[in-house]
Each structure stands twice: as C-alpha cells, then as structure tokens.
Design a protein around this ligand. Structure first.
Ligand code: NI
Length: 177
C-alpha cells in the first residue's frame, strides 16, 4: 500500500471527465486500496480517482462518516466503480463543503437530499442503494469529480472568481520567491 499524491485545483485533469472502468483487475484493486489509505491519511470522507491523477470512474468513501459513533479509527473503505446517480430528490444545504483538491476554501453548496446510486463493487457485482443527508452529499461530490466537476463549480460565479484570483495570486507569489 502507498500514499498517493493529491492533485489540486487548477490542475486541468480535475476538470476532465473520467473513463468507464471496463475490467476490474489487480491494478484497479491496488489503486482502490491506495486511495482508501490516502483518504484516511488526509482525513477525508471521500476521494475520487481523478484526484490522484487517474481519470477513471472510481471513488472511495468512508461509509461511517455520518455515524456519530465514528471516531475515525475504524478506517473502513468502501469503493464504487462506475457509479451513477439514477434518481435524486429533495434539497439539502451542504454547509461548509470542502475538497482535498481545493485548498483553503469551503462554501455552502446546494445538493439533493436523497440520491439513488448504481455502481459496481470491487468484485464487479452490481449494487444499487439510496442515501440521504451527508452520505448523499458525499456521493454527489465524488461522482461530480468523475464528470470533471468541482464543488466550486456549483457556487456563485462571484465566489468562484474570488477563490480563483486568490489561488493564482498564491501561485505567482510561490513562483517569485
Ligand atoms: Ni472533492
């Protein structure tokens, strides 16, 4: 197992749609293990393959993230391959949403309250399940990554422009020093 490097905005590959996984082989399973380890190491609740530089439709998440009993020591990884949202309803304000690929920024994001997800598990078995609240936000956020969408694409253009300006200024300063 290995920790993977997380790619951050404005890296272009983050805004590119990812390809469907055709064969779940050893390489994919190893990637999933590494993604899970990386996610827990960074204290994230979800991580999508494009965030580690692999544009394939894979995500991992912490299935106990919304559990008040979860103290972060369980480190149980759940993985979804080729996940898609097949039904969505209700509205939910995801407060202070953040992303390991969007540094030093959080914002409220309007999400669906309930989503129904279809995917394959690590053995290629078809899954279908419904989640609401925080787990539904995680699904929407991570599946967005597979379509090249970041949460900052779902906030106001003004807020996004301000963040973009700040990041480019920081990059320029880093280059100059
Ligand atoms: Ni993210």
């Amino acid at each position: 197992m290995a920790l993977l490097k997380i790619i951050t905005y404005p890296e272009k590959s983050l805004s590119q749609p990812s390809a469907k996984v055709e064969t779940i082989d050893e390489e994919i399973r190893e990637l999933i293990q590494d993604m899970g380890e990386t996610m827990f190491h960074e204290s994230g609740v979800g991580l999508a393959a494009p965030q580690v530089g692999v544009n394939k439709r894979i995500l991992v998440y912490n299935p106990t993230a919304a559990d008040p009993e979860d103290d972060g020591t369980k480190r149980e990884i759940a993985a979804l391959i080729n996940p898609e949202i097949i039904e969505a309803s209700g509205s939910y304000l995801s407060e202070d949403e953040g992303c390991l690929s969007v540094l030093d920024f959080r914002a409220d994001v309007k999400r669906y309250e309930t989503v129904r997800v279809r995917a394959q598990d690590m053995d290629g078995k078809e899954l279908e399940f419904e989640v609401r609240g925080l787990p539904a936000v995680i699904m929407q956020h991570e599946i967005d990554h597979l379509d090249g969408i970041l949460f900052i694409d779902r906030i106001s253009a003004l807020k996004r422009a301000m963040y973009r300006k700040r990041i480019f200024k920081q990059m320029k300063e880093a280059q100059a020093s």
